[in-house]
Write a protein that binds this ligand. Structure first.
Ligand code: NAP
Length: 350
């Protein structure tokens, strides 16, 4: 199979570097374009990129020049790791020019015909693309990935919702500081500390959870009105790996003893299981009393699985548990790459 040429927008940032790392030697995609802000334009990626993650910049990309973001990039697909205001400006221009845009930014996540996707959760929502193209007259399209903390909660919530129908969820997050991008927070702020506020994060978790768990409607993607979500977001001194503590109330009484098997056995749609970046088990359950932990569990299945533990009854609602994912892999670059693989498998990149 001839590889599809792709670009990374915002390739020098925390998520952009993860894209570069995960797309190196990808079986379907080949990175031929990298973009950065004007101040880095023209310089070789390997020299200008302040590499902040383990390993080195991929050799195949090191000599590629960092380009400014323009609408005429010579690729079929771009992965966007742009800051949201920049994404709002450029992603529509690229989609209008005929490119497929797989975005990590929040800019278009809540548009009713821009699919917000976690492939194991709502792969069928991808079929809103023709609706989006018709409304906007675009040859290309935008598909978005959720906020990284929403992904941490929704991966295990999905099989529970399918089995018992979720009515209420309380989510308390303990979020890694790589989630704030580079350079992010000052060490004087985050070391030895917990910051109980992250701008916009609670609203994103509350809305996106309800969108992702909504039933597929071919005309629009709207939040499920039967689910209530209350979220509290905290930034903690962890480099990578978001943790969420959840309490959930269901319409039907859950069988608590069956929850672990329900989560472990969850696979998502058949087409998703065949994708190259799909984890074998999207949800891993740990039985140890003190797991999951971000440092020990974030890299499970190449950083693509959610690790769940502390499954137990809730004395006020029905069920409590804890979930951990790698925010920059499953919650960002890896999630968007899985979305793109789904697009390719479904024929949207032809
Ligand atoms: P970041 O580290 O601040 O990186 C942003 C990058 O965008 C920088 O490298 C910057 O380049 C580049 N940029 C700015 N203007 C540009 C332009 N006009 N064209 C091309 N590149 C441009 O932020 P991040 O954490 O990687 O986040 C990127 C996006 O992903 C954000 O929308 C964020 O909300 C979302 N996201 C992040 C995470 C996470 O865990 N970090 C998770 C999910 C979603 P310079 O280096 O030249 O300034």
């Amino acid at each position: 199979m001839k590889k599809i040429p792709v670009g990374i927008l915002g390739a020098t940032g925390v998520v952009g570097q993860r894209f570069a790392q995960l797309l190196d030697n990808h079986p379907w995609f080949e990175v031929t374009v990298l973009t950065g802000s004007e101040r880095n334009a023209g310089k070789p990626y390997g020299e200008t990129c302040n590499w902040r993650i383990p390993g080195d910049p991929p050799a195949a990309m090191s000599s590629l020049p960092v380009l400014p973001t323009t609408a005429d990039l010579p690729v079929k697909l771009v992965f966007s790791a742009l800051p949201s205001p920049i994404a709002r400006e450029w992603e529509p221009r690229l989609a209008q020019a005929g490119l497929a845009v797989c975005s990590n930014a929040a800019a278009f996540r809540n548009e009713p015909d821009v699919p917000l996707i976690i492939p194991e959760v709502n792969a069928e929502h991808i079929d809103l693309i023709p609706q989006q193209q018709e409304r906007l007259g675009w040859k290309g399209f935008i598909v978005t990935s959720p906020n990284c903390t929403t992904t941490t909660a929704v991966m295990p919530l999905k099989p529970l919702h399918d089995a018992y129908h979720i009515e209420q969820v309380f989510i308390t997050s303990l979020q890694a500081f790589s989630g704030a991008g580079y350079p992010g927070l000052s060490a004087l702020d985050i070391q030895d500390n917990v910051i109980p506020y992250i701008a916009g994060e609670e609203e994103k978790m509350e809305l996106e959870t309800r969108i992702l768990l909504s039933k597929y409607d071919p005309m629009r993607q709207l939040p499920d009105e039967t689910i209530q979500v209350s979220a509290q977001a905290n930034r903690v001194p962890v480099i990578d790996g978001h943790t969420v503590c959840l309490s959930v109330k269901f319409r039907e009484k859950p069988d608590i003893a069956a929850i672990s098997g329900l989560l472990t056995g969850y696979r998502g749609a058949e087409i998703v299981r065949q994708l190259p970046s799909a984890p074998v088990h999207p949800i891993i359950v740990r039985d140890e009393i003190d797991r999951p932990q971000p440092r020990r569990d974030r890299d499970t299945d190449h950083g693509m699985a959610a690790t769940v533990g502390r499954i137990r009854p809730c004395p006020i609602l029905d069920l409590r548990f804890v979930s951990v994912i790698h925010n920059a892999i499953r919650g960002a670059a890896g999630g968007a790459i899985l979305n793109a693989e789904l697009l390719a498998a479904r024929g949207y990149l032809e």
